[in-house]
Ligand binder design. Sequence first.
Ligand code: DLL
Length: 432
Amino acid sequence: MYWDKAHECMEREQLRELQSRRLVETVRRVYHNVPYYRQRMQEMGLVPEDINGVEDLHKLPFTTKQDLRDNYPYGTFAVPLSEIVRIHASSGTTGKPTVVGYTRKDIITWSELMARTLVCGGTTKDSVIQIAYGYGLFTGGLGVHYGAERIGASVIPISGGNTKRQIMIMKDFGTTVLACTPSYALHIAETMEEMGIKREELKLQYGIFGAEPWSEGMRREIESKLQISAIDIYGLSEVIGPGVASECQYKCGLHIFEDHFIPEIVDPETGEVLPEGEEGELVITTITKEGLPLIRYRTRDISALNYEPCKCGRTHVRMKKVLGRTDDMIIVRGVNVFPSQIESILMEIGQTEPHYLLVVDRINNLDVLEIWVEVSNKLFSDEVRKLEELNRRITNEIQSALGLSVKVKLVEPKTIERSESKARRVIDRRKL
Ligand code: DLL
């Protein structure tokens, strides 16, 4: 049930002491080894001695993705390149990627954290785990891979794509754990249906899903289609990759591995630290990383923190399932819209397929939001009246939730492009 009980269930007081010690050490290291941080601290009149524990965290400067880009590729590394044994990168939607580097010890830390994550989700030494996250510069494939090997599970490093082959292998090799993005898991389920493969022909038990936002409705859909327990795992390349936080079997928030990361929630506009339970932007400070330690990294992910004890016995804080990013949010005629809001409404109505796309355009200076939603073949070939009724219902519910008029377009199955990695939910055609 636990991978590292001593750390996962540590008394909170002891945990805070450990965090403080590690934070002080990290700050000293970045001050002396990373010119970028030294300069930032000097500008703020700070010296490492000003930071004596977690209570001083708020004094430190934030780090943003832009700061990493400005120091592209290796400018924020805290060790010489000769100490770096692995490089990953996150593909930015614009411009250059963000480059991240790991020392030998970082790889061990990461493997440990991924072992924790996988055990949280039900993986054991006896599991056969099919890793359908992409291998390469993306951290998903290799991150999960090292954790699974550390546990001693049997690893199938298949990477993403070639869905029919994935399914054949899942069946023939007796896969018990599937690791991939939730949208890809759904695509696999859909392809299985088309191939006429029955669930009973598989040994699948667990799904380790993350790397993109997914709603509770989508979880239910995956769990019922694949008849597995699906857990949510969270992470980002800059911080380490997957292995930052994971749900336990109770699925009531993701435990952030606090002996390695200190989380805060801040107001995305003002940067002010928000009290426990309030929603805002997740900010993470790494306290054990050597290659690329990060101070108060702005993740742009929206969540909230809950310090109440969890039934699983782990003492680490739980973050609320991430339902959007500050930069995923589209502003349509002044109204903030997150794709996840639409997803939740569609799942609640339940008569459509879990594939949707938000298309925003500007026509005659007015923003227009069109929502494409797939419906089943059966429904599509039904009477027009039924389709119209459904369209009206979806339109009404979305409009009343958002307070914004929208146009809903019900489309045939497979109209919306499927993704083998992260799903694309928004097309913004406005030239802003
Ligand atoms: O997506 C790392 C990862 C790989 C996590 C495999 C989980 C599983 P990046 O490509 O750098 O790293 O993207 C990080 O993806 O800031 C979130 O916006 C989003 N994200 C990651 N996990 C979740 C999740 C990997 N469970 C960005 N729920 C993050 C919602 C997630 N969003």
